[in-house]
Design a protein around this ligand. Structure first.
Ligand code: NOJ
Length: 589
């Protein structure tokens, strides 16, 4: 059997449904109801959201000052990237103390105030759990590397040098792409799937697992509402470290995601921690093949609730090297197929997620839409329509509600991300095509998605009074919250209307998804149906618009939302203008 293997490259006041309606049993054709299936999540990259103390870096007090804005969007949950103590080799994904707040972000008192401020506004908080690896500056690792007989030695993976060079393991961020790093203190190599400063934790050690469960409880007991789990499929390792099995054809990511005791550990984590709290969980499903998806999220297995797959993120990228775009891998029917097959997986069991951008991706608008002036606003609204009309929990990345775009750096000196910098360093050393790489990074670099939130047209976009840690996109002069608040036809105004629509239409949450017109190269159209109610979603992905037929036996009814002023309804078909998006009721003829 051929396996489809996902490569990791490397979302007004709340308009909740009436309680009585939320507790009714859904139709026989619909999934079981749960609050975490009905929420819209808004992801905040804390370093880039709002600086309060004038050091150019976003912080918790900054977030607190923007909570009214977040509430005004109508979102239910905030997912916050790591804010724990960290030397910031990888912007907080290298944690040196799991129970402390990074100094640049504030204090534990600031955290408590932020959480209370969210809860007062009816917003839940999902934190990032990064436990495949820690920082090399964590006290555990300092102990572990000190001597071979240190009690913390087995908190990490060590390979004694007298056994020779360990079998190759590929690293995402290492300057030499090598996941083994020699450490002279004890004449041994340690494992790091990410940077040299991110040693992998040894989950095969029950003591380490106990530490992780205790730190999870620490945050849940503080009132945190869930975890997004960083590269969680990578936690279990075959500690004999054999050469990569030939059956993986060089795909290390897929191998990393299938460790021997992975599901045992996730079940143990569920039993020991998750089952004791009413929280939400979303795993970063790096490397998870679609065939393995239900192993993580089938309710009966008691592991996780949801995870992020990478197939939408891989569309438009070079197969096997996500650091480059691939113009030939950008066919709309292929993208539709990805959404359709992933919807099918969760038809009876489990539940999906949908995202089009995050801190590891370039901006949604620039990748899947069209950020040139004539199409920018329409295509940003169109993509938000896709996000909020899928049967899956939507994750909206900060700034996408404004239509923020890629900054497209030209110089290596503008980049802050170790992934881009370390790849560049290696390429340069090896005499590779550095200019080609920089051109590619202008489109795909993670830093495109990490530029400061655009609040105003003023200097530094109202993000900071100091020079920001990463450059602000010059387009903030027109694309910013202040301007969009004033404009009824802005992306921001549309996003709020769209979100109210999702929250008022159970059909958009639980309704069955049916793809229409699969081969249409310009239009992505589908229906969502629940309890006899049917909605049609039609999205133009093209600068020339597109057309699609109303399904046989149905007539176009009320238009629930439209991103343009013109109606696309023409008798039995829709004539869409460039990047037009429409959601309408279907009536039986
Ligand atoms: C995935 C995170 O989303 C990414 O930002 C990070 O660099 C790696 N995992 C390593 O933690």
């Amino acid at each position: 059997m051929t396996r489809r293997l996902a490569f990791v490259p490397l979302a007004l006041a709340l308009l909740a449904w009436p309680a009585a309606q939320a507790s009714q049993a859904p139709g026989a054709d619909a999934p079981r109801k749960a609050w975490w299936k009905e929420v819209v999540v808004y992801q905040i990259y804390p370093r880039s959201f709002q600086d309060s103390d004038g050091d150019g870096i976003g912080d918790l007090r900054g977030i607190i000052s923007r909570l009214d804005y977040v509430q005004s969007l109508g979102v239910d949950v905030v997912w916050l990237n790591p804010i724990y103590e960290s030397p910031n080799d990888d912007n907080g994904y290298d944690i040196s103390d799991y129970r402390a707040i990074m100094r640049q972000m504030g204090t534990m008192a600031d955290f408590d105030a932020m959480l209370a401020g969210m809860h007062q506004r009816g917003i839940k908080l999902v934190m990032d759990l990064v436990v495949n690896h820690s920082s090399d500056e964590h006290a555990w690792f300092k102990q572990s590397r000190a001597s071979r007989d240190n009690p913390y030695r087995d908190y990490y993976h060590w390979w004694p040098a007298e056994r020779g060079v360990p079998a190759k393991r590929w690293s995402f961020f290492d300057e030499e792409a090598n996941a083994w790093r020699y450490d002279a203190t004890t004449n041994a190599y340690y494992l790091h799937y990410f940077s040299r400063k991110q040693p992998d934790l040894n989950w095969e050690n029950p003591k380490l697992r106990r530490e992780v469960y205790e730190l999870m409880k620490f945050w849940f007991d503080k009132g945190v509402d869930g975890f997004r789990m960083d590269v969680i499929p990578f936690i279990s390792k075959d500690t004999s470290f054999p050469p990569l099995p030939a059956s993986y054809g060089g795909n290390y990511v897929a191998y990393y995601a299938r460790g021997p005791h992975l599901h045992e550990y996730l079940q143990e984590m569920n039993r020991e921690v998750l089952s004791r709290y009413d929280v939400m969980t979303v795993g970063e499903g790096a490397g998870v093949a679609i065939e393995d998806a239900l192993d993580f999220v089938d309710e009966d297995r008691k592991e996780l609730q949801t995870f992020f797959h990478f197939e939408v993120a891989d569309w438009g990228r070079r197969k096997g090297d996500f650091m480059y775009p691939d113009p030939d891998n950008r066919r709309l029917p292929d993208l539709k197929d990805v959404f359709t097959r992933w919807d099918r997986v969760f038809e009876k069991k489990g539940w999906g997620t949908v995202y089009l951008g995050n801190h590891d991706q370039s901006r949604m608008l620039s990748r899947y839409g069209n950020d040139t002036p004539p199409y920018r606003v329409a295509s940003a609204k169109m993509l938000l329509t896709l996000l909020l009309t899928m049967r899956a929990t939507p994750y909206v990345y900060y700034g996408d509600e404004l239509g923020m775009a890629n900054i497209r750096f030209r110089e290596i000196s503008d980049y802050r991300d170790l992934q881009t910098i370390n790849y560049y360093t290696r390429l340069k050393r090896e005499g590779g095509d550095v200019a080609g790489f920089l051109a590619a990074q202008a489109e795909v670099s993670r830093d495109n998605g990490r530029t400061p939130m655009q609040w105003t047209a003023a200097t530094n976009a109202g993000f900071s009074t100091a020079t920001p840690w990463i450059r602000v996109n010059p387009d903030h002069e027109s694309v910013n919250v202040e301007a969009e608040e004033r404009a009824p036809d802005s992306v921001l105004s549309y996003f709020r209307r769209l979100l109210r629509l999702r929250k008022s239409e159970p059909t958009l949450v639980y309704g069955a998804y049916q793809l229409l017109d699969r081969d249409n190269p310009e239009v992505f159209a589908y229906t969502r149906s629940l309890d006899g109610r049917s909605l049609l979603v039609a999205l133009s992905f093209s600068a020339s618009g597109g057309r699609t037929a109303i399904p046989a036996g149905q007539a176009p009814g009320k238009v629930l939302i439209n991103n343009l002023a013109t109606s696309p309804v023409q008798a039995a078909q829709l004539e869409l203008a460039p990047y037009q998006a429409v959601v309408l009721e279907l009536d039986r003829k």
